[in-house]
Design a protein around this ligand. Structure first.
Ligand code: SF4
Length: 353
C-alpha cells in the first residue's frame, strides 16, 4: 500500500487546497486500505489517522450513558440484540424503565465525576417520548451535552421536541446499508425509516450521529459504500461498533469482530472524515482495548461509567463497560488529553450523589 498520496493530501488539506469535507482518500483507496494485513501497513495507517485526528481535535471526548428503558416493542427482535428485555441473560434481561428520579441521580453523578457528555437511549415503541423525558431531566439538572438514541423510533414531531429541549446530538445508526443483511439481522425494522430519520435530524440542523455495526457478515465494499453514504448524509459523528456476541441470542455463535478490524475501520473513517467525532463504544471494542481505537484515530470513547454511578449498567454489544478512571488512564498513557471538568481531578467520581 502506497501511503505517500494520502500524506500529500493531508499536506494539501493543511494548506487549504482541499477541505475536510473532501476527505483524504477515494473510494478505491478505502477499499485498498481495508485489504491491508501486514503490521507495517497497520502502523502506517494508524499513525496517519492519529496525526489527522490530532491536527483537528485537541481533546478526546468521553461519553457516559443512561439506558432509559430496555423494553423494546420491535418484533421479532434484532438477531444480535442483548439489550432488550428477554434477549440475553448476560444483558439486563429483566424489563426496566428508569424513574425520573433515577435519571436525575445518574445525570448528576455523571456530571460530578467530571464527564461532559451523556448518551440517553431507549428501545422502540415510544415515538421518542422516553428519550425526550430523559433529555428534559438531564438538561434541567446538569450542564451535560446530551446525545439521544432511540434508533428508528423517532418521528418528525419528536425531533422537533428534542430540538426544543436543546438536544446536542441525535444518533440513528444504520448499522449496515447492505439491505439483504439489514433485513436478515433486523427483521422487525426498516432501513429506509432509519435513513429518513437521519435526513430529518439534518433538516432541523441538529448534530447527526450515525454508525456502523461491523463484523456481521458485511463485505469491505459494504463498509466503504456505507461510509460514502454517511458522507452524503453529512454526519457529524460516526460510531464504529464491532460485533460482540451476547450469549442466548440467535447470533451467539457468530465470531466477535477483532479490535484490529475495528481499529482499521476507525482509521479509514478518519481519513475519509478528517475533522468529525469518531466514536468507539467501550463494550464493542472491549474496554481493555480502547487504546487500539485511540491509536487508530478515534476522538470519543463512549459507554464510560464513573465509580459514583448509582445503577448497574450493561453495555450494548457486550455487558462490559469502560470504567472512567481506566479510560482516563489509557487516554493519558498515549499522551492524549481527555476532555473533563475540573471536578474530575478533585475526585468527583468517588463522591456519592
Ligand atoms: S437492537 Fe434496538 S431495536 Fe433491535 S431489538 Fe434491540 S433494542 Fe430493539
Amino acid at each position: 500500500m502506497d501511503f505517500s498520496k494520502i500524506e500529500e493530501n493531508f499536506q494539501r488539506l493543511k494548506e487549504g487546497e482541499i477541505t475536510p469535507k473532501d476527505g483524504l482518500i477515494s473510494r478505491e483507496d478505502a477499499l485498498e486500505l481495508f485489504k491491508i494485513s501486514r503490521w507495517e501497513d497497520y502502523l502506517k495507517l494508524f499513525k496517519l489517522a492519529s496525526q489527522v485526528r490530532d491536527y483537528f481535535i485537541d481533546e478526546i471526548e468521553i461519553t457516559s450513558t443512561i439506558h432509559v428503558t430496555n423494553i423494546c416493542k420491535i418484533t421479532p427482535k434484532c438477531l444480535y440484540c442483548g439489550f432488550a428485555a428477554g434477549t440475553s441473560k448476560a444483558g439486563y434481561y429483566k424489563p426496566f424503565r428508569l424513574s425520573d428520579e433515577d435519571i436525575k441521580r445518574c445525570a448528576i453523578a455523571i456530571e460530578r465525576s467530571g464527564i461532559c457528555r451523556v448518551s440517553c437511549s431507549s428501545g422502540h415503541g415510544y415515538q421518542g417520548k422516553e428519550v425526550i423525558r430523559a433529555l428534559k431531566i438531564v438538561k434541567e439538572n446538569t450542564n451535560l451535552e446530551v446525545l439521544v438514541n432511540a434508533g428508528g423510533d423517532l418521528t418528525e414531531e419528536s425531533i422537533r421536541e428534542l430540538k426544543k429541549y436543546r438536544v446536542d446530538t441525535i444518533c440513528c445508526n444504520l448499522e449496515t446499508i447492505n439491505r439483504e443483511l439489514f433485513a436478515k439481522l433486523k427483521p422487525g425494522e426498516s432501513l429506509d425509516r432509519r435513513i429518513e430519520i437521519c435526513r430529518l435530524v439534518k433538516k432541523y440542523n441538529i448534530e447527526l450521529s450515525s454508525g456502523l455495526l461491523i463484523g456481521i457478515g458485511e463485505s469491505y465494499r459494504d463498509r466503504v459504500d456505507h461510509l460514502l453514504f454517511l458522507k452524503k448524509l453529512d454526519v457529524d459523528e460516526i460510531p464504529v461498533m464491532g460485533f460482540n456476541p451476547y450469549p442466548g441470542t440467535p447470533m451467539e455463535n457468530h465470531p466477535r469482530c477483532s479490535s484490529l478490524e475495528q481499529g482499521k475501520t476507525i482509521a479509514i473513517a478518519r481519513l475519509m472524515f478528517p475533522s468529525i467525532r469518531i466514536t468507539s463504544p467501550t463494550p464493542t471494542i472491549g474496554p481493555e482495548l480502547v487504546q487500539i481505537a485511540l491509536l487508530a484515530g478515534a476522538s470519543n470513547v463512549a459507554t464510560v461509567i464513573p465509580e459514583n454511578y448509582p445503577l448497574d449498567v450493561k453495555g450494548v454489544g457486550n455487558p462490559k463497560t469502560g470504567n472512567l478512571r481506566e479510560v482516563v488512564r489509557m487516554i493519558r498513557e498515549l499522551g492524549l488529553k481527555p476532555k473533563l471538568r475540573d471536578s474530575y481531578d478533585k475526585g468527583g467520581s468517588h463522591k456519592n450523589v
